[in-house]
Structures are given as structure tokens and as C-alpha cells.
Design a protein around this ligand. Sequence first.
Ligand code: GRF
Length: 218
Amino acid sequence: MARLKLGVLVSGRGSNLQALIDACRDPAFPAEVALVVSNVAGAPALERARAAGVPSETIPHRGFPSRAAFDAAVDGRLRTAGVGLVCLAGFMRLFTPEFVAGWRDRMLNIHPSLLPAFPGLDPHGQAIAAGVRISGCTVHLVRAAMDCGPIVVQAAVPVLPADTPESLGARVLAAEHRAYPLAVRLFAEGRVRVAGESVTIDGADWDAAPTLLCPAGP
Ligand code: GRF
């Protein structure tokens, strides 16, 4: 069976890109990374793509007269590469509503909080300041507004009393690296159904879903 072609958009470190590349190494995984696009020249993510032998390109947004012109260039590259699913993985630019509409229900983002809590910047600092006991990450279909859209996968981690944004971020990042490949697999298997603004997963065994363990003790 043909594998779903992923277009992964990055701006920085690329650890989620790496998780997707690693998942795609399994011949049984139903997707492959067809193209990586960075809007930032020299982003470490580009080196990860190169090391994995995945085609990559830099499209610097500063070189374009408008947001629409940049978006059109990215759109053209994704379509030429035959991309069927766009994965935003630490891509630090908002797209125009036109670009988002063109990839409606075929574009995922990952955000390091349990949305709709703590969208935007510094989600780990926000979580600690709010005193929540549980945080995590969310993989969602992209809508025009930032960090919102139908949720495909969430993974939860505990927030510990001594956590800093950095320590919580590291715990959440490990969860991200499991959640993103899972969401892509579900999508590629055709099991993600969008009804209104929520997602159902065909054939999901919710009884076997993991339960978050809260601290035991006196
Ligand atoms: C991740 O925490 C992701 O959730 C957020 O940006 C970060 C990107 O990290 N959107 P990386 O570049 O994938 O390592």
C-alpha cells in the first residue's frame, strides 16, 4: 500500500521531526517524510533531515513581500512533492486563512500543553503558574487561530512540585515524541474522522487507553 506523504514544516531544533523520521523508518508505518521545509536557514532540523536522507528546503519568509506570497511558495512546494498531510513541528509562523483552508483537515500541529489550556507562548510556565497537577501535549488539526482545532491525540504527564518550565518541558517533550507519530499513524490509516469541530478515532480501544498515575503516598 502506498504510504502517506508527509510535509513537515520546522523552524528550529526538530526533535519532533526526528520522532516522525524514526517512526517512518519502520516499513510497516503507513507514512513517509516526503519533504521538510524550514523558514529558518541553518535550523538544526534541516541537519536531521539531511542525516536521514530526507529532501529538505529552506524558504526564508523574509525573502517574500507578503505573508500570502510566502504561504503560496510553501503551498506550491508541498503540492509538487505530493504531500497528503502537513505536520507543523515547531514551525514558528502563522499561516494565512487561505493556506489553512487549502489544507483543512490535512494539517496537524503539536503544542506542548493539554489544549485548550495554555495556548501560545511559555505553556510550561503557564501550567506551573496555574498550579495544575497534570500537563501534556496535544496533536490537533489546524484552524486559522493559533493552537486551536479538533484534537486528535493528547498525552498527559504529571506536574511535579519542584518542576521548572525546563524540567516540565523535558517531560512533555518525551510525550510529544510518542504522541505525534501516533496521531500521524491514525490519520494515515484513515481512522481520524472529523465531525463538527471534534475528532473520533475509528476502532479505538478506549478501555486499553493509558491511565495517568497520580503520586501515591501518605
Ligand atoms: C515542541 O515543544 C512543539 O510542541 C512546539 O514547538 C516545540 C518544537 O520542538 N510546537 P522541536 O523543534 O520539535 O524539537
